[in-house]
Ligand binder design. Sequence first.
Ligand code: UT7
Length: 329
Amino acid sequence: MKAAITATAKYLPANILSNHDLELMLETNDEWIRSRTGISERRILKDPEKATSFMCGEVARQLLEKRGITASEIELIIVATMTPDMLFPSTACLVQSIIGADNAWAFDLNAACSGFLYALNTAARFIECGTHKKVMVIGADKMSSIIDYTDRSTAILFGDGAGGVILEPATSEGCGILDTRMYSDGASGKNHLLMTGGGSLNPASHETIDKKMHYIYQDGRQVFKSAVIAMAEVAAEIMSRNNLTADDIDYLVPHQANQRIISATAERMGVDESKVMSNVAMYGNTTAGTIPICLAELDEQQKLHSGSNLVLVSFGAGYTWGGIYVKWQ
Ligand code: UT7
């Protein structure tokens, strides 16, 4: 039995932070940001009372409505995030409470920018083994909560957003999540993209605040080099394992960190730009949100048809990376 995506949804906060807004806050400029990253603007969840679970709740409600099911029918909720509302309880439990999914169990999964692919892969196993029939998988991050808006090397890159899917047993022969390949490399990645404060190593203290340890730190050049190689390699591996040529692929859905990384991945795969999903210009990098937001937009635009071949690829902190081949049902 295969697992198929039966509904998609996204939530982006209304508030826009444009490159021009950032020009007023930082030593940067629109031209630099667009040419180095492809980003023009990102969304920010401004309301201090609202956090990641709010965005997930908006996604979850839409998913139920689109699929025409009640919250009680959901058996498992997995939220991929690295910006949970709080360290515990999990954001997935908060989402369960928001929608009233009283028959579900729920947990968070943290694999940074690869969180959604890790979660989708995990969720698929529960469907494939026959124990679960309806699983909700959401990827969401309120990146503005961990960004230092005086640091131009990270402030320009990230935005807030959420997306998600419902997974169910595939009903069309040969459709669903057909292949998954996940990687981690903590030895190479652990020092290049991280947030050191607020965990059990450096619990919150005046010192951690003074040292700005509750903000994201990234060695951008290093991460860029690794991302370009790893995303292209895992995409090529998914293609060769499934005998897919570039022509067979209807859409490449890459993690949205930087347009240059997206284009390099597509070029290595030989996939034409017209088949590459990109919305990084509008939303920046929403971390675990990027891929499900892309899926929801393709779905809204009615570009996904039965038999469409999608290759999803991601790379992020850890390092974590991976690829998933989906034949749309
Ligand atoms: O999703 C998780 C994975 N994360 C990623 O995939 C991000 C990967 N990294 C990147 O996307 C890129 O490395 C960045 C966009 C972060 C940076 O682009 P880059 O082409 O690697 O630039 P750089 O860091 O090598 O900096 C080039 C120059 C430097 O000046 P000098 O040393 O050449 O004089 C920087 O100081 O650009 C300068 N610079 C800026 N200038 C204007 C760095 N940030 C900015 C800025 N505005 N915001």
